[in-house]
Design a protein around this ligand. Structure first.
Ligand code: ADP
Length: 544
């Protein structure tokens, strides 16, 4: 039974060592600290298992070789311990020349050397069959190299620990504690007791003494990253399952049952490690998603503040345009006024050349006045400062006066401009007279502008409590692609530019805003370029 307890404790330590080694490795495969710890754990697990069996098997041949291989793995164990101390807590380091080209080959050489008869030439059995190796002079090389590796490793580790800040220092202390425990127990139980007191009963338990080091070190390695209940739970589950299946192994009655149970144990361990790997992967992915979400939130915040800033700048721009347009208004009125006075002969008779020049000044200033008025309107719309003075009016009168004012323009282009409505009828609408007239004028004026020859028919009809104003022309028409964009700011069709008619592309944008404020509808229809256009404005009839 005691025998079985030995085996159980060694089995638990070996399974735990393997599981923790894999957890550290899967947690961050590229991390050299984790990697060297992983190799240390694997070598330790093999060493622990071999150590146990070398004292338990009866075949002399196997016993001798397993004793030798215990040393082989002990050399690598010391090397990986040194390696771990050398790297920890860094993630990546560049190994120096001596490490790669002197230390590694030397360790390789020693590990092969310890398999030779110059170290263990044979063994004898004492104390109820426990194998004790007959050592040769070669053991000194093994002793010196493995002790040096461990001692230098610890020294390097202590030196690093001195320069660490407080939170890392704790991690170093945890590892150091495990190391001290491991070595005092190995030295007392595997060296002092066997040599001094001829008691070798603890030697097979080597794996058990290393396990606290593995446990503490994996805690230190994983503390920051792996504080995740899911990973801890799956590691524990795998551990418990391996222990249970290992207990089954111990109590196997015959060889076939033993083989079956060992296979189950190995399978549980392998699948358990795969399970931990996938849980770790999932946890890491979740962490990644959370990190990305946080980054997105930060970006969103930045975007929101950039957006606010843009809005502010846009407002400043609109205010500037409004200010500049206001400033332009009075000088323009003056220029226009004086040009008109010159034209009308208020400054005496003028030559035809001068008259022509004054006419150009007058026309250009007129265009500029419209442009400035458009910009002012757009600024007011954007700043939300457009004010409406709504009153009940007869739309017929408003359309009639707009048509009247534009008659001259049409005549100068020899275009027939007509207005059709029921003269006896009222067309009552609730509207801001000036602003609505501006819209009607813009639409009629556009039709005159964009009609090289033919006619422009303005009409007013009433149907189902709605009043419909329409302007039909025989002009350049509008293509299907442009129609949806026509009421947006700065839209000018290609054919309008080709016709070389000056314009801002703001008139219809303003018209749409004003009609929307009147709860009405404005739209356009056209058969396409060269097919003429039909503009419509529909308003609700006012109850008078
Ligand atoms: P502007 O006439 O100053 O360019 P508008 O906003 O009044 O600005 O008109 C926008 C565009 O709509 C014009 O540039 C032109 O391409 C098109 N458009 C407007 N009315 C007509 C029309 N009656 N016939 C053909 N195209 C038109």
């Amino acid at each position: 039974m005691l025998n079985n307890l030995d085996l159980l404790s060694v089995g638990i330590a070996v399974a735990g060592t393997i599981i923790l080694g894999f957890v550290a490795y899967f947690n961050d495969k590229k991390n050299l600290s984790n990697k060297s710890f992983f190799w240390f754990s694997i070598v330790t697990a093999i060493w622990g298992a071999l150590n146990y069996f070398s004292y338990k098997i009866s075949s002399d041949y196997l016993t001798l070789w397993s004793l030798r291989f215990v040393l082989f793995f002990a050399v690598w164990q010391a090397f990986f311990l040194f390696n771990f101390f050398y790297v920890f807590p860094l993630r990546i380091i560049k190994y120096p020349f001596w490490f790669n080209w002197i230390l590694r080959p030397a360790v390789f050489f020693v590990s092969i050397f310890v398999l030779s008869p110059f170290v263990f030439s044979g063994f004898s059995r004492i104390n109820g069959n426990i194998a004790t190796p007959e050592t040769e002079a070669g053991i000194i090389l093994f002793g010196v190299s493995s002790v040096s590796l461990v001692v230098f490793g610890i020294l390097v580790f202590l030196r690093k620990m001195k320069h660490e800040n407080n939170s890392n220092k704790n991690l170093f202390q945890v590892i150091l504690f495990g190391t001290v425990f491991m070595f005092t127990s190995i030295i007392i139980l595997n060296l002092v007791l066997p040599v001094g007191f001829k008691n070798v009963s603890f030697i097979p338990l080597g794996a058990l003494f290393v396990f606290p080091f593995v446990l503490f070190t994996s805690y230190a390695i994983l503390r920051h990253k792996l504080f995740n209940i899911k990973v801890a739970a799956s590691a524990l589950l795998v551990f418990v399952l391996s222990v249970v299946t290992f207990i089954e192994v111990i109590f196997s009655s015959d060889i076939s049952v033993l083989i079956l149970r060992i296979s189950v144990f190995v399978l549980v361990l392998c699948f358990g490690i795969l399970l931990i790997k996938s849980v770790l992967k999932e946890v890491r992915q979740r962490e990644k998603i959370e990190k990305q979400q946080k980054e997105l939130e930060v970006i969103n915040l930045k975007l929101a503040s950039a957006n606010d800033r843009l809005k502010e700048l846009d407002k400043q721009k609109t205010e500037f345009v409004s200010f500049a347009s206001h400033q332009l208004r009075s000088p323009l009125t003056a220029i226009k006024g004086y040009a008109s006075l010159i034209l009308e002969g208020d400054y005496g008779a003028i030559t035809d050349d001068l008259k022509h020049a004054a006419q150009i000044i007058f026309d250009s200033t007129n265009t500029l006045v419209t442009v400035v008025a458009d910009y002012l309107n757009v600024s007011s719309i954007e700043l939300g400062q457009m004010k409406y003075d709504m009153k009940n009016i007869d739309l017929k009168d408003l359309v009639a006066s707009a048509v009247e004012e534009l008659k001259k323009n049409a005549e100068s282009k020899q275009i027939k401009l007509s207005f059709n409505c029921d003269k006896a009828k009222f067309y009552p609408v609730k509207a801001d007279k000036e602003k609505l007239k501006q819209v009607l004028m813009n639409i009629i004026d556009n039709s005159i502008k964009y009609t090289p020859k033919g006619e422009v028919r303005v009409s007013l009809t009433e149907n189902n409590d709605k009043v419909l104003f329409s302007v039909v022309d025989t002009g350049i028409g509008i293509s299907k692609e442009v129609i949806p964009k026509l009421f947006s700011k700065f839209t000018r069709a290609k054919n309008a530019n080709e016709a070389n008619i000056r314009g801002t592309g703001l008139g219809l944008f303003i018209a749409k805003e004003i009609i929307t404020a009147h709860h009405g509808r404005i739209w356009v229809e056209s058969g396409g370029e060269g097919m003429g256009s039909q503009f419509y404005v529909e308003l609700s009839e006012a109850s008078s």
